[in-house]
Design a protein around this ligand. Structure first.
Ligand SMILES: *[C@@H]1O[C@H](CO)[C@@H](O)[C@H](O)[C@H]1NC(C)=O
Ligand SMILES: *[C@@H]1O[C@H](CO)[C@@H](O)[C@H](O)[C@H]1NC(C)=O
Ligand SMILES: *[C@@H]1O[C@H](CO)[C@@H](O)[C@H](O)[C@H]1NC(C)=O
Ligand SMILES: *[C@@H]1O[C@H](CO)[C@@H](O)[C@H](O)[C@H]1NC(C)=O
Ligand SMILES: *[C@@H]1O[C@H](CO)[C@@H](O)[C@H](O)[C@H]1NC(C)=O
Ligand SMILES: *[C@@H]1O[C@H](CO)[C@@H](O)[C@H](O)[C@H]1NC(C)=O
Ligand SMILES: *[C@@H]1O[C@H](CO)[C@@H](O)[C@H](O)[C@H]1NC(C)=O
Length: 510
């Protein structure tokens, strides 16, 4: 199968079931990226192959690998040495972002039903104990959402693309509503259908909608001619009927700065600065410039994760993931991180400040991705459809390259971020003790714990051994234990210091 068939993540997800069957029928698992398994836990997670060429910034890697062939997905945290730190429940996830809410670190992610490049679901917000403390929803019925999946219905209509929490306890999300539109200005049907893109600001605690802006309701300011996605392109639809709406405008990131919303449209290759009354104060088009003067080296398209890096009265500096690489533009441009400065007055010049990519192993991804500015002018970039995370230093040199799947788009994560984190799992450590020659191998893990120094193995009240923690699961060889004896293990150091596992009988569950 041609790789281009698999360039669209949700489209590929929709084929999970049939592919899984195909693989079983063939009895072949050659295309499957290997999973790490453990003795003390039923968790399975993609191996992560990390190469470091320099010093990385502190923090863990947060992402949600979606395993297309196996039909699984998990919100996850890894450490820089490629070890799993935490894995959440199986599901379809997207837009996972560690952030602050009311001064506390949280993890927010979308979960639900996705297909055709957009989806319908809710945002889960977990605290550092990995408990869901908020579930943000957008009532499909109340808002009269029209979807492409009739007769299927959904309770919440938040789209897959954004989960940005503001300083005021609100969250910014996208939504897609199918609606009729005249597409003749772009050579489409007069009675056509579109995937209208809507942004919402929602109060996290009450689910109250505080702001709503629809692109189509502002079609005079956001004309269809900005859109470059050909009819029928992967994810864009033909626009001829309600189940195949055209991709106008495919919004994929929102951030709020005081009273303005910074919004990225993938199919329009555009960035909009939208005022709280819904009017557009400026528009940057990555092909034509829009309100600005682009140069060849500042051109971009199909971009993701646009954020402000610096701002003054006269200029604004943006960081973004430039994914200007589509099947209809030849699939020949590699993906880069870009920092561009926009002059808001005068000549309206756009200047390239930085461009980052892994020159030793460039990525030609066709969808998804993220860009994160870190401390010391480092940048973390994720490549979406290509399961690779990179970090660059202040000079643009690659300091980390991490693969967690093959480059065939069968393992993906929409975004990935680095963030400091202390995990405080509300569960207990998991233990299995198995005879191993003359000794007993005690396997211990604690899903989500970040700061255990060592593990103490007890038989009754007697400490049999203390061993340094090593990765997600630590294996401790203990002598003098007999089959049928009960052991417990206690965490030493960190937030969970003194927490004991349930007891495990030697030889059981091995
Ligand atoms: C995930 O999305 C796919 C469609 O792409 C759907 O078949 C599946 O039921 C979804 N899973 C969940 C848990 O919603
Ligand atoms: C991981 O990296 C090592 C070292 O570069 C390489 O030998 C190995 O094949 C890689 N594993 C996978 C599954 O690609
Ligand atoms: C996380 O939320 C749960 C449920 O509300 C609560 O019991 C737990 O204490 C919280 N953890 C932290 C670290 O706040
Ligand atoms: C979705 O589109 C329908 C049909 O045009 C409209 O009645 C409904 O209000 C729209 N819903 C939203 C959330 O924009
Ligand atoms: C909608 O249009 C697409 C593309 O032309 C076509 O494949 C599909 O069968 C149509 N669906 C319906 C319900 O008419
Ligand atoms: C947060 O609220 C303050 C006070 O109302 C306001 O000045 C600020 O602009 C708000 N920030 C955002 C991102 O909405
Ligand atoms: C672009 O730059 C040219 C030359 O500096 C200038 O004449 C023109 O007005 C600028 N365009 C905009 C949109 O500012």
């Amino acid at each position: 199968m041609a790789p281009s068939m698999w360039s669209n993540f949700p489209r590929a997800l929709a084929l999970v079931a049939s592919l899984a069957c195909f693989n079983t029928a063939q009895g072949s698992d050659e295309a499957l990226w290997p999973l790490q398994t453990y003795k003390s836990s039923s968790i399975k997670t993609p191996y992560m192959n990390v190469t470091k060429m320099g010093q990385t910034e502190p923090g863990y890697l947060f992402f949600a690998p979606q395993d297309i062939l196996r039909g699984t997905g998990h919100p996850s945290i890894y450490s820089d040495d490629g070890q799993l730190v935490w894995q959440g429940a199986n599901g379809n996830q997207s837009a996972l972002q560690p952030q602050m809410l009311d001064g506390e670190p949280v993890i927010a992610y979308w979960e639900g039903y996705n297909g055709e490049g957009f989806g319908f679901g809710h945002i889960s917000i977990l605290n550092s104990s990995y408990d869901e403390i908020h579930r943000v929803t957008l009532d499909c019925k109340e808002q009269s959402f029209v979807t492409i999946f009739d007769p299927m219905t959904f309770s919440s209509c938040i789209d897959i693309h954004e989960s940005q929490i503001t300083e005021n306890g609100t969250i910014l999300v996208t939504a897609v509503n199918v609606t009729q539109a005249d597409l003749s200005s772009v050579g489409g049907p007069k009675h056509g259908w579109i995937q209208d893109g809507i942004i919402y600001e929602i109060d996290i605690k009450t689910n109250e909608i505080l702001f709503r802006w629809s692109a189509y309701e502002h079609v005079d300011e956001v004309p269809m001619t900005y859109d470059i996605a050909p009819f029928g392109a992967s994810g864009a639809g033909t626009g001829t009927n309600k189940t195949d709406p055209w991709g106008y405008p495919h919004l994929n990131s929102i951030a709020k700065y005081e009273e303005h919303y910074l919004v990225s449209s993938r199919y329009m290759c555009s960035i909009f600065w939208i005022a709280s009354d819904g009017s557009i104060d400026w528009h940057l088009h990555g092909r034509t410039g829009g309100d600005f003067n682009l140069t060849l080296d500042t051109s971009f398209c199909y971009q993701h994760d646009v954020r402000i890096e610096a701002q003054s009265a006269d200029s604004v500096t943006l960081g973004l993931h430039n994914n200007d690489n589509t099947e209809f533009t030849g699939s020949s441009s590699f993906t880069t991180g870009m920092v561009i400065e926009l002059e808001l007055q005068g000549s309206k010049k756009v200047t390239l400040k930085r461009r980052m990519w892994d020159a030793g192993d460039p990525v030609f991804a066709q969808s998804q991705g993220s860009y994160q500015g870190l401390g010391n002018d480092h940048v973390l970039q994720d490549h979406g459809a290509v399961p690779k995370i990179e970090e660059y230093d202040e000079n643009g040199a690659t300091v980390m390259r991490a693969w967690f799947g093959y480059s065939d788009s069968m393992m993906q994560t929409y975004r990935a971020y680095r963030y400091p984190w202390t995990g405080r799992p509300s569960t207990k450590p998991d233990v299995v003790a198995c005879p191993s020659g003359e000794n007993t191998a005690v396997y211990v893990s604690w899903n989500g714990a970040t700061d255990v120094d060592s593990w103490k193995v007890y038989s009754g009240s007697q400490v049999k051994k203390t061993a340094q923690r090593s990765g997600f699961e630590t294996t401790i060889l203990v002598s003098g234990l007999s089959k049928g004896e009960d052991v417990t293990v206690e965490a030493v150091g960190g937030d969970g210091d003194g927490t004991r596992s349930a007891s495990a009988r030697v030889g059981v569950n091995c």
